[in-house]
Structure formats: structure tokens, C-alpha cells
Design a protein around this ligand. Structure first.
Ligand code: AMP
Length: 472
């Protein structure tokens, strides 16, 4: 799929990315490549690294997976410097995408500046239109570049002042890592929609990462989450914490726990794995069913299926085997390939399935393609009954904050009841965790309707930040 003329078109895939930065380590680029590798699940289309060698900046970007882009020793050799940032991107495909690879780099009066962004801005198109009228020449179609131009048009100042001033005009979801001479900067938007964590290697180099699993891979100790609305500036003076934005209630994305983050990550004080398991427990309490076996859709349904099995007392087993040599089916751009992808990825474990009543657990239903194929596959493998249980509420609304969702009309839950969805999928029964049950699984007493503790817009349709570019 090529970029539409409007890069913020609802149907164009939006960024869901991983960011990583290291300050104060000789040869930091190698650690950044490792960190990006651990964040590969957050984006597989393109990756890039920018290094600061005492004010001289080196860059390398490529299309594809981190391991392929940074496997050349000559490339790594070029990325000299003790402060380095990187980005892994998930977005549109096609020839135009290399220019959208991040980190973005620009030369300012104060020197070089590189920026990597996870999230999606909700007023970037409007700002971009104004900036273009004022003569700004955009080189990419990413919303992130808007920040760079706002910085360039802003009041004179250093990188931190200019970045903060630019962000005052920005709305939406952003976890940023930025690099300027001698400085590593980390920012989380006032609602803290996307994650960003701080770590340290052996009491020396500092690390910023989208998820804590990327700290582990470079031997860094988790120090803390960057707070919503916080700007951290890491330099020879240590870590300085700034609070330049008006405070807003934290609305971390609950879908990070359900599907997006790696289960071995700790985000905002919660283990992703344990959260998923607890969701499975609540799902079993809310929607029990007489069955013989609990089977997860690998890998996304595994922790919740363990929780479901524990709470229901049913045995858990791997009734579907996953090939590890295909990517996530969702990233394939056409429906036809997406259909094929499901078959490439999963196969029924026949001897286990034959003659049994199966509870099949997956994390979400988007278009329904995966569920239709898997239910059919289990029936063909001899399953007597297939009861589908989903560890999220129905995904009925699009995400404008950085998780890739198709147009609302393509979401199965958008205009179908649960019974209709069940008929479409061909399951014997279908149930989703309730929105309140999800909050209880997350350790809350329930969903605070006046002030929900998470961003759950994809389920509730309540957007904490108005998606103005989308006309909502
Ligand atoms: P679908 O086949 O369109 O219903 O997609 C559902 C499958 O896609 C589920 O098995 C999920 O694990 C996975 N999925 C859900 N949301 C996303 C996302 N934002 N990016 C990639 N995969 C996803």
C-alpha cells in the first residue's frame, strides 16, 4: 500500500514504534542495535540509528528488520559516539517509506538534533498545513517531522527549550527520545499514552527505552518509568527532570497490556505477563463454558489462556502450533495475503484437538480474519466444539494514538453484535472480557467512568485527546 495523498488518512496505517537511547557508553550504537532488536515487535518496517560523536552526528536507516539493517560491521563502525538513539518503525509499505524512517535528523543553529517518536499526533496535519504555508519544506510524511519544523520556527534557544516550546503546540500521543550534542532527552506526553522507561548500566550509562525488556538485553537495571508529562534531560550533570506541561490525568494505553507490549516487560509498574494472565482469570469467571481443553492462539493468547485454565480448572495445552518464521499476520497489507498469512503462521495439533470441546483464547478480534481461519482449522482437525474467548472487549473504534487499526468500518465489532460476530466466525460460542472486568484484571476496583484510569478508546470510543486531524 502506498501513502495516500493525505498522510493522516484514517485508513493509512499509523506508526506503532519502538524508541531506544543510550547516553555515556563508548560504542553505544551496539547497545542501541540490541535494544531495537528487543523492540522489534513494535515495528518491523524500518529502523534507524543516529549517534553523537562530540557534536558530529552519524546516521544509518534501512528498511526491514533491525538484524538485517545493522548486521554490517562497517555500518556499526560508522555510528561512533557515546550518545546514540534508535527507532524501529511500523507503518506504510512502499518505496516512499525510507524517507519516513526515524530518527529524523536536522541541523539547527545550536547544532545537530535527532528525534525518534512512538505514538501518533492528533493535530499534526493542521499544524503541517500552517507550516507549509509559512514556507516549511517537509521531507517526510510522518507526523513527527512537524515537531522538527515547529522547533525551527520557534524562538531562539537550545535544543531542550525549543523542543519544549514545539511540544506546547502538539497534541496527541508521544513518547520521544532525542539527541543533541552531549544531551539525551526523553519525553512522555501529558497523558502518558505510550510507555517510556529509564534504566542504567552498572551505575554508568543511562538508557531510555519503550519497554523494560529492551533494558534487560543491554544489561541495564530498570530505574523507573518516565512520568506522564515529564521531560528528562540526561547529560554530564546527570538526569534532570522537567515538568513543562499542564498536568493531565494519566491515561496509559490498556492495549499495550492486552497485546502490544512484550510479556516480559514491566510497564507503569505492572508486569505485562501477569496482567494478561489475570485478564484470562477474569474472562473465565465472566464467561465460563463446559469444555475439555483450553487452547491459546500463539503467542498472543498464551498468558490469558493460562489464566483462563487456572480459573476454570480445565487443562491447558498447545492445540495450535505456530511457525516462528513468519511475522505478525496483521502487517500484511492486502486481505488476500492476510488470509494466507494466517495459514502460514498456525497449524492445528490434530491428536490433541480431535474429538474435544475447545476453549480457544485470543487477545483481540480486529477484522475477524484470524478467528474465522482458526475456528475452521480446529473443526477440520476434529474439534467437537469451539468456544472463542477474547481477552479484550470488542474493538469497535479506531486508535489515533499510535496503535495500528484499520478504518472503523472494517472492524468486525463496529456494526455487529457479539451473536452476529459469533455467527460470522463460525464458533459455537463467543465472549469478550467486559470493559469493567478488564479494569478489575488490571488491579482496579472497576472502570472510573468519570475519569478512566487507562486509555481504552478502541473499546469505549471515549478519546482522551480529540482526534482533530481525523475530523472527530
Ligand atoms: P484480525 O484477523 O483482523 O481479526 O486480527 C486479529 C489478530 O491480530 C489477533 O490475533 C491479534 O493478536 C492481532 N492484532 C490485534 N491488534 C493488532 C495490531 N494493532 N497490530 C498487529 N496485530 C494485531
Amino acid at each position: 500500500m502506498f501513502l495516500s495523498t493525505n498522510p493522516f488518512d484514517e485508513d493509512s496505517l499509523k506508526e506503532e514504534c519502538g524508541v531506544f537511547g543510550v547516553w555515556g557508553q563508548d560504542g553505544a550504537a551496539a547497545s542501541v542495535a540490541l535494544g531495537l532488536h528487543a523492540l522489534q515487535h513494535r515495528g518491523q518496517e524500518a529502523a534507524g540509528i543516529v549517534s553523537d560523536e562530540n557534536g558530529t552526528f552519524h546516521t544509518h536507516h534501512g528498511l526491514g528488520h533491525v538484524g538485517e539493517i545493522f548486521d554490517d560491521p562497517a555500518v556499526m563502525e560508522k555510528l561512533r559516539g557515546a550518545a546514540v538513539i534508535g527507532h524501529t518503525r511500523y507503518a506504510t509499505t512502499g518505496e516512499t517509506s525510507l524517507r519516513n524512517a526515524q530518527p529524523l535528523y536536522a541541523d539547527f543553529e545550536f547544532g545537530g538534533f535527532a528525534l525518534a517518536h512512538n505514538g501518533n499526533l492528533t493535530n499534526a496535519q493542521a499544524l503541517r498545513n500552517q507550516l507549509v504555508k509559512r514556507g516549511c519544506l517537509f521531507r517526510s510524511t510522518t507526523d513527527t517531522e512537524t515537531i522538527i519544523h515547529l522547533m525551527a520556527m520557534g524562538r531562539p534557544g537550545g535544543p531542550v527549550e525549543r523542543l519544549i516550546e514545539a511540544l506546547q503546540a502538539i497534541k496527541g500521543a508521544y513518547s520521544l527520545v532525542a539527541l543533541s550534542e552531549g544531551l539525551l532527552i526523553g519525553v512522555r506526553d501529558p497523558y502518558g499514552i505510550r510507555p517510556l522507561v529509564l534504566g542504567r548500566i552498572d551505575g554508568g550509562a543511562y538508557v531510555l527505552a519503550s519497554e523494560s525488556c529492551a533494558l534487560d538485553i543491554v544489561g541495564a537495571t530498570f530505574l523507573r518509568d518516565i512520568e506522564p508529562g515529564e521531560v528528562v534531560v540526561i547529560s554530564k550533570q546527570g538526569v534532570q527532570s522537567l515538568r513543562p506541561f499542564a498536568s493531565a490525568p494519566s491515561r496509559f494505553c490498556v492495549f499495550e497490556y492486552i497485546y502490544f507490549a512484550r510479556p516480559d516487560s514491566l510497564l507503569d509498574g505492572r508486569s505485562v505477563y501477569e496482567s494478561r494472565r489475570k485478564i484470562g482469570t477474569v474472562l473465565a469467571e465472566e464467561s465460563p463454558v463446559e469444555a475439555d481443553l483450553v487452547v491459546p492462539v500463539p503467542d498472543s493468547g498464551v498468558p490469558s489462556a493460562i489464566g483462563y485454565a487456572e480459573a476454570s480448572g480445565l487443562p491447558f495445552d498447545l492445540g495450535i502450533i505456530r511457525s516462528h518464521y513468519v511475522g505478525r499476520t496483521f502487517i500484511q497489507p492486502t486481505d488476500q495475503i492476510r488470509h494466507l498469512g494466517v495459514k502460514l503462521k498456525h497449524n492445528a495439533n490434530r491428536p490433541l484437538i480431535a474429538g474435544k470441546r475447545i476453549v480457544l483464547i485470543d487477545d483481540s478480534i480486529v477484522r475477524g480474519t484470524t478467528s474465522v481461519k482458526l475456528v475452521d482449522m480446529l473443526r477440520k482437525a476434529g474439534a467437537r466444539e469451539v468456544h472463542l474467548r477474547i481477552s479484550s472487549p470488542p474493538t469497535a473504534h479506531g486508535c489515533f494514538y499510535g496503535v495500528d487499526t484499520p478504518r472503523r468500518e472494517k472492524l468486525l465489532a463496529h456494526d455487529n453484535t457479539v451473536a452476529e460476530m459469533c455467527a460470522f466466525i463460525g464458533a459455537d460460542s463467543l465472549a469478550f472480557i467486559s470493559l469493567d472486568g478488564l479494569y478489575r484484571a488490571m488491579g482496579e476496583t472497576g472502570r472510573n467512568a468519570a475519569q478512566p484510569q487507562f486509555c481504552d478508546a478502541c473499546f469505549s470510543g471515549e478519546y482522551p485527546i480529540r482526534p482533530t486531524d481525523a475530523g472527530l
